[in-house]
Design a protein around this ligand. Structure first.
Ligand code: SF4
Length: 787
């Protein structure tokens, strides 16, 4: 197994945006030893690090695979355009995030496909790894590639570049896959054995059946977890309290894909929250599911969590609370520490149209909830609508949305924001046959709604997903096997990161479609047409979907899923049942955490070093990593007051990216526990810091009043060595502050002076300097404190 030496490319990594995406050094919980394993694999989220590391499926699969004996699973992500250019120019093969293993040398490469627009990033990952893009060109030297996830239930568009697509939940099949890869060594043997698994799809397979993780509700604590090394898009703990949803909305693919709904027990939810707070260091926790309000006893668990964690500034968010499951008590609970957003997914304005979707969102209910929320301090509300839904009328729709929101505004005067998306019909749903709105019509319609609303409601923010991007997603979501060629061509033309509006290249996609004369399925199918994904069963029968389609046409609703279900869709039978936690209780007392801290805070100065992978960590991320490490180490730091409490921490004269530090200083106030000493606090923190950060010592300075280190800083000392750029030497020779000793330069700066501005001036790029030499800050000098 070849391993990449990141330090060899320090200069190059300092030239790309967010080098922490590529340089590793994360904090690991339950890290496995690479050398003690016989099968090397990686789970890839085909998008950027900050998206992938926020993804719950990636967290689950990473833990799942590493739980299997003999398996080492690492993370992998797509790279940004600047890094792709740098990788290609420097012939750097793609490598895994933590161990920097060459991806080409892996046994297994899994792709978690959360949305179709990640398809070209799958090709980028294969290409940068030196793996042939087409499966038929691969050899024993290439890893087995398997995709899976909600956006791959129509696997045909991925058929050209993935060996298999796993239909269903990763927990219900991954071990079987890995055991086969451990038992068989050649590509041919592995492919033949894997073809026998009924949840793995490959071109020409007669029938593939979705794998369901029936034991979801029993899932407990994670054994293997990696805390991202930089702030990620969803930078919070994520506790999946329920999988699936009882409501069966007809436009919703996830509702069919994750059937039947299964709920976690209250105590397991509580324990996983505690793990995210104590073991991983998160203070923002999302209790997530497709419909959180349908989780019974939500108020009970919220009460227990707020009672035990709010004093530690831990806040909880409950996304996707449906209007009909909203309760004021829940509202009260989620506003204890910090008010999370108030969102209403209305989808379409008229009750009859809502019934076609098998949903009901009553205007009066929305208004009364907002009025109650306003009385408890909420100031704004978000609304979601969709356009292009079947059995609706575009002309009436605009006025309907305007009337609905104007009425809400007239009564509540709440600040409003609205997001409208173009409906994208998905495979395996009751609407898999319907046409998708053409982008040019959609755009005109969305712009008209925006203008109309902004005339009616003062200050309303209206945003919409670009209908062109929805068109590309729609082309792939119901594409046939020949859609692979469209994706390949789009990739060769330069398409990447298509889920990012700043990166998507619509015209190149259209060129690819036209050049291949590809017939999209955007205009839908008749009910009798064969569908490209007919050989794939999510266990919901096609007959049931047709019945739901007919009911939608007549605006007839279907009852929610329940153990007493009267309208069997085909999923619940034998060992597969809905799992409701309706009747269980939470022995609240049992969970009380009894750590007592001193009542008065003590000033503390941590002297620490920042080297290795940590030099690629920006100041903002250094603060974040210390904040989470202090929490993991159970060191109780004093927080600011106010709306969004934060730990009071002062990092003295923060280092620039690429510069190491031997004796950096952090000042904060801590509430000591009984028996706390400088040594045990420093060692507790050291066992919880991410790679490259190390506390040298801790001192309790005798500060009587509010003090800042900046006010007593007198200077700093740097050393520069291994200089590759003669211009740097010229500047050092010209500087009175620099002195050459042996093979290195020592620079002593007064006060808070910045090294780059003071010695090298503005005309030299500081990342170039840091990249073409080794710069280390030896120490920061402060007055009046003995360290
Ligand atoms: S069988 Fe009934 S309860 Fe089970 S998933 Fe289908 S509709 Fe829901």
């Amino acid at each position: 197994m070849r391993i990449l030496d990141i330090n060899k490319y320090k200069q190059q990594f300092l030239q790309v945006e967010n080098p922490s995406r590529y340089t590793g050094g994360e904090f690991h919980y339950g890290k496995k030893e690479l050398k003690e394993t016989d099968l090397k694999c990686a789970i890839c989220f085909p998008d950027l690090y900050e998206i992938g590391m926020s993804n719950n499926a990636i967290r689950i699969i990473y833990d799942l695979l590493n739980k299997i004996d003999g398996i080492y699973c690492d993370h992998l992500f797509a790279v940004a355009p600047d890094a792709e250019k740098m990788f290609r120019e420097n012939k750097i093969p793609l490598y895994t995030t933590t161990e920097h293993m060459y991806v080409k040398d892996l046994d297994y490469l899994g792709f978690s496909i959360g949305y179709e627009l990640c398809a070209t990033c799958i090709l980028q990952v294969l290409d940068l790894s030196g793996i042939p893009l087409r499966v038929q060109d691969r050899t024993d030297d290439d890893p087995i590639t398997i995709g899976g996830g909600p956006a791959s239930t129509n696997p045909l568009p991925f058929s050209g570049f993935l060996d298999f697509v796993q239909i269903g939940e990763a927990e219900a099949g991954s071990e079987e896959i890995l055991r086969i890869l451990q038992r068989y060594k050649t590509r041919k043997e592995r492919l033949n054995e894997l073809k026998k698994l009924d949840f793995l799809w490959y071109p020409g397979k007669e029938k593939t059946i979705r794998a369901i993780h029936s034991d979801f509700s029993k899932d407990g604590l994670l054994e293997h977890f990696v805390v991202p090394n930089m702030k990620v898009v969803q930078d919070h703990g994520y506790v999946e309290i329920m999988r699936g949803c009882p409501n069966g909305c007809r436009f919703c693919h996830a509702g069919q894909y994750y059937k039947p709904f299964r709920q976690k027990s209250l105590s397991s939810v509580y324990n996983i929250v505690q793990q995210y707070v104590d073991e991983f260091g998160y203070r923002n926790i999302t209790l997530s599911s497709l419909s959180t309000g349908d989780y019974p006893n939500l108020d009970k668990i919220m009460y227990a969590l707020n009672r035990d964690f709010s004093s530690r500034q831990v806040s909880f968010a409950l996304p996707s609370l449906k209007v009909n499951t909203f309760s004021l008590n829940i509202l009260e609970q989620i506003s204890q520490v910090r008010k999370s957003g108030l969102t209403f997914a209305i989808e379409t304005p008229f009750t009859q149209w809502q019934h076609s979707l098998n949903k009901e969102v009553n205007l009066e209910d929305v208004i009364s909830i907002i009025q109650e929320a306003k009385s408890r301090g909420w100031k704004k509300a978000k609304f979601y609508f969709m356009t292009g839904l079947p059995f609706t009328d575009l002309d009436k729709e605009e006025q309907g949305i305007v009337d609905f929101l104007t009425e809400v505004y007239k009564v509540t005067r709440i600040n409003m924001s609205l997001t409208i998306a173009t409906y994208i019909p998905k495979a395996h749903t009751p609407f898999q046959w319907v046409p998708q709105l053409r982008p040019e019509i959609g755009l005109e319609h969305l712009q008209s709604i925006k203008r109309h609303l902004q005339n009616e409601i003062r200050g309303i923010k209206v945003s919409y997903h670009d209908p062109k991007v929805s068109y590309i997603e729609g082309v792939m979501s119901r594409g046939g096997a020949d859609c692979t060629e469209v994706i390949m061509k789009a990739y060769q033309k330069g398409c990447r990161l298509d889920s990012w509006e700043e990166h998507v290249k619509y015209d190149l996609w259209i060129e690819a479609i036209d050049e291949l004369n590809y017939k999209t399925n955007i205009d839908g199918f008749s009910l009798d047409d064969p569908l490209p994904w007919d050989n794939i069963s999510l266990r919901v029968s096609k007959g049931y979907l047709k019945k739901e389609y007919e009911k939608a046409k007549n605006s007839i609703t279907t009852l929610p899923c329940s153990p007493e279900c009267s309208h069997n869709c085909g999923v619940c039978k034998d060992d597969v049942q809905t799992v409701s936690q309706r009747d269980q209780d939470l022995n609240i007392e049992e969970h009380q955490k009894k750590t007592s801290f001193s009542s008065d805070p003590t000033w503390a100065i941590f002297e620490y070093s920042k080297t290795g992978a940590a030099v690629f960590c920006s100041h903002i991320n250094t603060m974040r990593n210390f904040e989470m490490a202090l929490q993991r180490a159970d060191i109780n730091v004093r927080f600011t007051e106010g709306y969004n409490p934060k730990p009071r921490m002062e990092f003295l004269n923060p280092l620039s990216l690429g510069v190491a530090g031997k004796k950096e200083l952090l000042l904060c106030q801590i509430y000591k526990k009984e028996g706390d000493t400088e040594e045990n606090i420093a060692s507790a923190l050291n066992s919880n810091l991410s790679e490259g950060f190390h506390v040298n010592k801790l001192v309790f300075p005798p500060f009587k009043k509010k003090t800042s280190l900046a006010s007593i800083m007198t200077g700093s000392v740097y050393e520069i060595l291994n200089i590759k750029d003669p211009e740097i030497i010229e500047k050092l020779q010209d500087s009175e502050l620099a002195e050459k000793t042996d093979e290195k330069w020592i620079i002593t700066l007064p006060g808070e002076k910045n090294l780059f501005k003071t010695v090298f001036g503005k005309d030299m790029n500081k990342f170039n300097i840091a990249g073409s030499s080794d710069i280390v800050r030896k120490e920061v000098l402060i007055n009046g404190v003995t360290l």
